[in-house]
Design a protein around this ligand. Structure first.
Ligand SMILES: [Zn+2]
Ligand SMILES: [Zn+2]
Length: 253
């Protein structure tokens, strides 16, 4: 199984996962045109995508879902709650699921799981092949026992490191937004991400990528330092998902 990001952060998110002949996109916060150009470095075309999984209805995850699904005829999966508030127009093929349902797309097994975030029915995903378990966790305000259970023993982990609490506190956001981002239904700080790593089995972990990093309230090095401390590894081993560039293919072996 291999995976990549074509951009991560509050200005747009999309993650690619590929196994054998199946290629899926998790979220699409980019226009159809931008999706095509951002897939090029990965040597992918939008037509190669077998499905778009949506985590929740915030614009940085969903703004390109409707246009891209229509333009490239891609089926879309989202929770019943997300579908209820989806306003991206008619989709060629919409699969509604509940956040505890498991389903398959081609050769990939998809295990959604619920997260505390200020959206209608937000979820995140564990993607499994017969050999590997890849987990993504962004847009969660706090860590729950359910999250710990779902992420335990994964081979690859894409983990939100949204903000540094001190930078958020002294940063440019208005007080209401600071409260939201740092709150129980907001986003994970570097410290919360590090604390999660100490509560799950990371013995199989081949790749750890810091995701959804705030451009105003965080720095890559702060995220690297906290995650590497929690892992007891070299800070350079921690991958970074960039807003503009994402990160290129990583492979689970
Ligand atoms: Zn987001
Ligand atoms: Zn969100």
């Amino acid at each position: 199984m291999r995976f990549a990001s074509i951009g991560s952060g509050s200005r747009g998110n999309a993650t690619v996962v590929q196994w054998r002949d199946t290629t899926i996109l998790i979220d699409c916060g980019f226009s159809a045109k931008e999706l095509k150009s951002r897939l090029q470095p990965l040597e992918l075309e939008p037509a190669d995508i077998d499905g778009i999984l949506v985590t929740h209805e915030h614009g940085d995850h969903i703004s390109g879902v409707g246009v891209s699904a229509r333009k490239y005829d891609i089926p879309v999966w989202m929770t019943v709650g997300t579908a209820h508030v989806f306003n991206g127009g008619k989709l060629p093929s919409l699969h509604r699921f509940h956040a505890h349902d498991t389903f398959e797309i081609g050769d990939l097994q998809v295990l959604p799981y619920t997260v505390p975030h200020d959206a209608r029915e937000p979820c995140q995903f564990v993607i499994q092949s017969d050999a590997h378990k890849l987990a993504i966790l962004t847009d969660a305000g706090s860590i729950t026992p359910h999250i710990i259970e779902m992420l335990d023993g994964c081979d690859g982990l894409l983990l939100e490191c949204n903000h540094d609490p001190h930078m958020l506190a002294i940063g440019p956001y208005p007080p209401s937004l600071k409260t939201r981002v740092g709150g129980r239904l907001g986003h994970l700080s570097n410290q919360q991400a590090g604390a999660l790593l100490e509560q799950i089995d990371t013995s199989r972990l081949q790749h750890l990528i810091a995701m959804h990093i705030s451009e105003k309230n965080n720095q890559e090095q702060l995220a690297r330092d906290i995650l590497s401390q929690a892992m007891g590894c070299d800070p350079e081993w921690i991958g970074i998902a960039d807003q503009q560039l994402g990160f290129t293919w990583r492979e689970l072996t």
